[in-house]
Write a protein that binds this ligand. Structure first.
Ligand code: F6P
Length: 535
């Protein structure tokens, strides 16, 4: 490892002491009462994102200890190595340069290749968007994981900017229930299939791509001629495999673009078709602005760094195991799913860079739903469950619709939830209230206990002015750098994903067994299930 492991630093020991002395019993309500300047001192302004960190279980001393930890773990040197293009993905011997994809022309590493591909992809996107000439009405992205989740998250997020004459479909699952309902609504002549796969070998994507091609050929012949070259394009690093599949239009990228960091590359093609070249460039510019902030802002004012440090504080000292993300913007409905891959595939690791088992937790479970829907489902647990789960609210000040009365209600709900989590409600307060729906037979003191909220539950509020291509780019880049920060502190490789290999290999073994029934050498459970599935 280049630098000490976090749990062997002086700062880690100091944080452990600080946690015992002040962290375990920290009370947000008392902290606000003690310090009227708490909101100002614990909020951070980054490009496009204002973050209120004041409802977290920290004070300035905690942040100072966390920043000490970052320095002792050589976070700045690791960040600079990442941005310079050193092979920080050691197990695959690769650089990790998604930041180069959004650097202005002539500035980042590989700028010539990056901008040539970007120019070509955006020019192509514009030809598709000229629907009178292209005849395209439906765009179907076939890809999975990082070749799906980015555009699938961003297209609805930027719905206000999407071409009104085009419909977008995202097919990922090898379950035919994903592809079949999409195909039912398509006409070949009006459809563009984008086969998105970094490797162009992923089982699910290849199976869906072949099924789509068969459907296209079968149905276009009836409609008078099939033009695969016009209706299929590929976004991949494996141009040769795409050509073998029969695709002649390909937009490439490079092995230094990780799947879950690839929205900014040719994998963003469906988004580029949806929002157009100018808006796609604004997305990249927003991300680049956040890259600059990450690279240049001092650690105590560096938003992705502070969020990554909070993740370490909560995971390793408070021992919280999950974090809930609540975007109060329906367009961000797939943000939690996107973040699940970004964070959990990156930081769901159990050994350090030297392969030594870790003595501390890494990625929390990341989950969530848009507000206000989540309020009517799992927020009960956030308020009164036995586990403390930090919540991340994403609020957007100005909507991109013209229904202001709805938007005010949305914002009030988001604010109320973070307030309720923090303030809670005492049993005495509950006793003094009427509860019209409560049982009249119940002892009021028992009822008051059911209606008590412990409060002191932490949350972060991220505030955007408006959800635009530029601000979405900044927001997503912020999350990428936050994941890098916590991963660097944990001393893990955030850029490989060996954990997905074993299941893939076992699937290859089981697939022929489903046909043959051969259960030789299988464990009892798998053999039993195989028999039932064949029966
Ligand atoms: O699930 C593993 C994974 O390799 C992801 O990291 C990746 O985003 C996804 O599969 C898709 O891979 P590809 O783009 O090569 O089809």
């Amino acid at each position: 490892m280049d630098g000490p492991r976090c749990d062997r630093t002086e700062a880690w020991a100091a944080l452990a002491g600080h946690y015992e002395a002040h962290g375990r019993q920290f009370d947000l309500r008392e902290a606000f009462a003690r310090d009227p300047g708490r909101f100002a001192s614990l909020s951070v302004e980054a490009p496009e994102v204002f973050a209120d960190l004041s409802k977290n279980l920290v004070d300035l001393a905690t942040l100072k200890f966390l920043v000490d930890l970052a320095r002792e773990c050589r976070l700045e040197a690791r960040r600079d190595a990442l941005l310079r293009g050193e092979p920080v993905n050691g197990t695959e011997g690769r650089a990790v340069l998604h930041t180069a994809l959004r650097a202005p022309r002539g500035q980042g590493p590989f700028s010539g290749e990056v901008h040539a591909t970007l120019d070509a992809m955006l020019a192509y996107a514009e030809t598709v968007r000229d629907t009178a000439a292209s005849g395209i009405r439906h765009v179907v992205n076939i890809g999975i994981g990082g070749s799906d989740l980015g555009p699938q998250m961003a297209v609805p997020a930027l719905d206000a900017f999407v071409h009104p004459g085009l419909q977008f479909h995202f097919v990922a699952n090898v379950d035919g229930h994903d592809l079949a309902p999409v195909l039912r609504r398509l006409k070949p002549a009006e459809t563009l299939f984008i086969i998105a796969s970094k490797t162009f070998t992923t089982q699910e994507t290849m199976a869906n791509a072949h099924a789509a091609k068969a459907w296209f050929l079968a149905n276009s012949e009836r409609a008078g001629g099939a033009d695969i070259a016009k209706h299929f394009v590929a976004t991949t690093t494996n141009v040769k495999a795409a050509a073998e599949f029969g695709i002649s239009t390909t937009f490439g990228f490079w092995d230094w673009v990780g799947g879950r960091y690839s929205l900014w590359s040719a994998i963003g093609l469906p988004l580029a078709v949806a929002i157009g070249a100018e808006n796609f460039r604004a997305l990249l510019a927003g991300a680049h602005a956040m890259d600059r902030h990450f690279a240049e802002a001092p650690l105590p004012r560096n938003l992705p760094v502070l969020l990554g440090l909070l993740d370490v504080w909560y995971r390793n000292f408070h021992r919280f195991t999950s974090r809930s993300v609540a975007p109060y913007h329906q367009g961000l409905k797939r943000l939690p799913a996107y973040l699940q891959q970004l964070e959990m595939e990156s930081n769901g690791k159990r050994v350090d860079l030297d392969g030594e088992p870790l003595a501390y937790g890494t990625s929390p479970v990341v989950w969530g739903e848009p507000g206000t829907n989540g309020q009517h489902a799992y927020f009960q647990m956030l308020h009164q469950g036995t586990d403390v789960i930090p919540v991340e609210f994403v609020l957007v000040k100005r909507p991109t619709h013209a229904l202001p009365e709805l938007h005010a209600k949305l914002l009030a709900n988001g604010l109320a939830q973070s307030q309720a989590l923090m303030l809670g409600k005492t049993t005495e307060q509950a006793l003094g209230e009427r509860a019209p729906t409560a049982s009249a037979q119940l002892d009021p003191t028992v009822l008051a206990k059911h209606r008590t909220f412990p409060g002191n539950r932490p949350s972060t509020t991220l505030l955007l002015d408006q959800l635009t291509p530029h601000s979405l780019g900044a927001l997503i880049a912020m999350y990428e750098h936050r994941v890098f920060t916590s991963g660097a502190l944990w001393g893990i490789n955030s850029f490989d994903q060996w954990g997905v290999e074993l299941g893939k290999a076992l699937c290859s073994d089981l697939l022929p067994r489903l046909a043959s029934g051969d259960a030789a050498g299988l464990d009892g459970s798998t053999a039993g299930l195989l028999a039932r599935l064949r029966g």
